[in-house]
Design a protein around this ligand. Structure first.
Ligand code: PEP
Ligand code: CO
Length: 466
């Protein structure tokens, strides 16, 4: 892949659009040095993989697959450890397994991983005990620690983002290709977890069922490769223009630009201005693009975004990720879906039930309730069921670790437990149990949908299981 020439706007052009949510760096020469260094680094993903993901997302847009986009709200450098990466991959593969086996729907597995280091903030500053400092904007920009020097916006952190993302992707690829995702090992994915938990027990019995099915398939001649292979992709919010621009390359096969920092990139709720820098930049890339849409988006806004981001009406190009809040989704989403569908293009409709349902607990923790999360997903399914459109996937903030950040779920985490293991650097995440529980409910709902539509999604395909 070649370094990008003039087919995308320059960083100066993008900043001239008044780019939102960007760091304020003190030394432009240092920023220029970092960008130059990153431009020489190898791409993190290959354009051919990006194209394969676009085709998979097109399947979800067409009603033949379901997207599971999941991972941390904010990755941190300190959390780039083998254990965290393993746990995160394991919970996502477990969820995919539940969906694929119980609902027989091919799942597009997309991590919020290997690049999710920059956070948009509603306030530029944070005040504690009378001291006001710049807000934490993700490890890509500054430190979570409330310290004047560490909260300074430091461009050298972008190099660390690249290194941490490369290390993460390297281990993910090793796991995925090296047998960790092998269907014959599904039991081991929950080996470190309490089997007495109702959800782990349910998972265990599903795994046993899969074992029996596999034994049969092996006698039918399913190959080793089919059992071992899994397709897993990386995505993050493309927030920091310097980083994303520096990792954009011209694909030697097609002469077109790909942002090689991840397979799929999305535009956040706070940076989706039609004429803004983010929409302009991402509209020029060949990657599949997501855009978050919150409750203030009108049907006209949604159509305008679709026109800007998917002018060629290419299946798989655009994913619209609604994050309306459980109370709003039934009112706000239907006219948006109708308007975008009326343009004739097929976008993938994905539900983010996290970001519209955040509240502060009485003890002062930023949290989400499992019930409200599920209520938004239910609203999303109901809306699509009424319109005859396909609920193409979910977008979840989760971790494979046993945290206590969201209330509810079968383990009945209540507000008093939030302090036990509240570890997130930004938004509260579902833990492994809550994530698996969500997957079982989703599988049930997808099964009901298929029956109602009298349209089994697709015949059971063993090699698509994990
Ligand atoms: C996020 O996904 O972490 C996020 C900030 O979402 P949104 O842009 O929808 O607020
Ligand atoms: Co978040």
């Amino acid at each position: 892949m070649a370094v990008v020439p003039d087919v995308i706007p320059s960083l100066a052009d993008l900043h001239a659009r008044g780019a939102e949510q960007q760091p304020e760096y003190a030394d432009p020469a240092e920023v220029a040095r970092v960008v130059a260094l990153l431009r020489r680094r190898p791409p993190l993903v290959f354009a051919g993989e990006v194209d394969a993901l676009r085709r998979r997302i097109a399947e979800a847009a067409a009603g033949r697959a379901f997207i599971l986009q999941a991972g941390d709200c904010a990755e941190t450098f300190a959390n780039v450890t083998a254990l965290n990466i393993k746990n995160s991959l394991r919970v996502q593969l477990s969820m995919a397994l539940v969906l694929q086996y119980a609902a027989q729907v091919p799942v597009v597995k997309l991590g919020r991983i290997a690049g999710q280091y920059a956070k948009p903030r509603s306030s530029g500053t944070e005040t504690r005990g009378g001291v006001t400092l710049p807000s934490y904007r993700g490890d890509a920009v500054n430190s979570l620690e409330f310290d004047a020097d560490l909260r300074r916006h430091d461009p050298l952190r972008l190099v660390e983002v690249y290194n941490a993302s490369a290390a993460t992707l390297n281990l993910v690829r090793a796991f995925v290709d090296g047998g960790f995702a092998d269907l014959r090992t599904v039991h081991s994915w929950n080996s470190d977890f309490v089997r007495t938990s109702p959800i782990e027990a349910r998972y265990e019995s599903l795994a046993a069922e899969i074992d029996r099915a596999l034994a049969f398939m092996i006698t039918c001649g399913i190959t080793d490769d089919e059992l071992r292979t899994v397709h897993y992709y990386a995505s993050h919010e493309a927030l920091l223009l310097e980083y994303e621009h520096a990792l954009t390359r011209i694909d030697s096969r097609t002469g077109t630009p790909y942002d090689t920092s991840g397979h799929m990139l999305w535009i956040g709720e706070r940076t989706r201005q039609l004429q803004g820098a983010h929409v302009e930049f991402l509209s020029r890339l060949r990657n599949p693009i997501g855009v978050k849409i919150g409750p203030s988006v009108t049907p006209g806004d949604a159509v305008a975004l679709a026109e800007r981001l998917d002018p060629d009406r290419e299946p798989g190009r655009l994913t619209m990720i609604s994050r309306m809040g459980a109370d709003r989704i039934r009112d706000v989403l239907p006219p948006i879906v109708r308007a975008v569908e009326a343009t004739g293009r097929k976008v993938a409709w994905v539900c983010d039930p996290m970001h519209g349902n955040t509240f502060s607990s009485s003890s002062g923790f930023k949290t989400r309730s499992f019930d409200r999360v599920w209520a938004e997903v239910t609203g999303f399914f109901d809306v699509h069921s009424e319109l005859g459109t396909w609920p193409g996937g979910v977008h979840i903030e989760l971790t494979g670790n046993d945290v206590t950040e969201c209330v509810g779920g079968l383990d009945q985490i209540d507000e008093r437990h939030l302090g036990d293991a509240y570890e997130t650097a930004c938004d509260p995440r579902l833990n492994r149990s809550q994530s698996l529980e969500l997957a079982f409910y989703l599988a049930q709902r997808l099964t009901d949908e298929a029956i109602k539509r009298d349209n089994p999604i697709q015949a059971f395909e063993p090699k698509e299981l994990a």
